[in-house]
Design a protein around this ligand. Structure first.
Ligand SMILES: [Zn+2]
Length: 405
């Protein structure tokens, strides 16, 4: 039986043993064989050391650390030499190795899975980590995608559906499905927990599912040239996001939660239907923003500022709870307060220009913002209207229809 997995060889006799140094996992080829005397041996070869190292398994294992085998991790402690082999690979492979070593694998005992050691150890197969599919003919239909992929590009092949097999590529860091005809994204895309870059430009996507992706690892999201009408407020969960491209869509507004993307540096909004930006926009600190080609409203019309005539909305119970939680700096977990309140706290609160927290009980008004104050460079209009939530009538008099600095 031969498998490819990552292995860290720890020599217990060396002084560094036991210290948590940097991981030295190397792609290796492991071959388990049984010789004529029914002794099981394990041969380990890497691309650097093709001749490899041979370990006797039968009566030579001091301890097996299999607690994390369900996560694809297994450590074998040999008596002679005093080595620990820390294996990391696919769960099925680890379970198979464990079964063989424990003598539970019948197949090996019969000698079926016993390739000749000397031949097999010379071949160290480095698993495929990058794959580009740029023509329909290369698209795997009967075969599967290698589970070891970290980069996958499937572009320009008129793909109509998001292939659910991709959701099993747990190691994927960059996924590029640009220039296709995808209309719907799966709701379980957050399963791709290692994703750093997602390129979906030039497709026909109308909706971003609420549970789309929520990892703080994502740094680049390109949804340009699609059919998006809105961006869900849960976008704020992508706290590591640096580049957000949503130009050439059908967006009418942006969620106020966009200001929670503290690491955002590039934002492209050009060629949408945006008439007004959320007030929280002033909290952004961008390097570049592109707002070209949006029908921004000219909010120059003044209305009489009579505080008495203003209707201040009554706060909902949810808003009052949220305010109290923040006012008293309550430390909470999901066990202490309802999930709806947590979501509300994370996604709904805005700050009045006076600095006070404002929830949905404030006065909605318009103002203006100079985009050069939130971004190093601006393409398109510099002065654009923003929607404001003002906490009191006094703040309305002070800020409504004015430039927020
Ligand atoms: Zn205020």
């Amino acid at each position: 039986m031969q498998v490819n997995c990552k292995v860290n060889v720890v020599n217990r006799l060396l002084p560094s043993t036991g210290k948590s140094g940097p991981s030295r996992l190397a792609w290796s080829s492991i071959t388990l064989t049984e010789n004529k005397s029914s002794v099981i041996e394990l041969a380990l070869a890497t691309s650097r050391n093709k001749a490899g190292m041979k370990y006797r398994v039968t009566n030579n294992i001091e301890q097996i650390f299999s607690k994390f085998v369900s996560q694809g991790k297994l450590t074998l402690r040999f008596r002679e030499p005093a080595h620990d082999l820390c294996l990391s690979g696919e769960v099925k492979q680890m379970e198979k190795i464990l079964a063989i070593i424990k003598g539970e694998d019948v197949q090996l005992k019969k000698g079926i899975l016993c390739p000749i050691l000397s031949n097999s150890t010379n071949k160290v197969v480095i698993p495929k980590t990058k794959l580009s599919i740029l023509s329909r003919a290369d698209y795997p239909v009967t075969t599967s995608f290698p589970e070891t992929l970290t980069y996958l590009k499937i572009s320009g092949i008129a793909l109509k559906k998001f292939d659910r097999r991709l959701l099993h590529l747990k190691l994927l860091e960059i996924l590029d499905l640009s220039n296709n005809q995808i209309t719907v994204l799966p709701e379980t895309m957050h399963n791709l927990s290692r994703l750093k870059q997602l390129h979906l430009s030039n497709n026909e996507i109308k909706i971003l599912p609420e549970t789309f992706i929520n990892s703080a690892r994502v740094i680049c999201l390109d949804m340009s040239h699609n059919q998006l009408m809105t961006i869900p407020s849960c976008i704020c969960r992508l706290s590591g996001l640096q580049i957000l491209k949503v130009d050439h869509n059908k967006l009418r507004c942006l969620p106020s939660t966009i200001s929670k993307l503290k690491n955002l540096r590039t934002l492209t909004l050009s060629c949408n239907q945006i008439r007004i930006l959320p007030e929280s926009f002033q909290a952004l600190a961008l390097d570049h923003i592109d707002v070209f080609g949006n029908p921004f409203e000219n909010s120059s019309q003044e209305i009489p500022l009579n505080p008495g005539s203003l209707t201040i909305r009554v706060a909902t119970l949810l808003a009052i709870s949220a305010k109290s939680t923040i006012k008293f700096k309550l430390k909470y977990t999901e066990e202490d307060i309802p999930y709806t309140l947590i979501t509300y706290l994370h996604e709904s609160s805005t700050i009045c220009p006076c600095g006070k927290l404002c929830v949905d009980d404030g006065i909605l008004s318009d103002g203006k913002i100079n985009l050069l104050k939130v971004s190093g460079s601006v393409s398109g209009d510099k002065i654009v209207p923003v929607k404001m939530m003002l906490c009191t009538a006094t703040c309305f008099q002070r800020f409504a229809f004015k430039m927020i600095s």
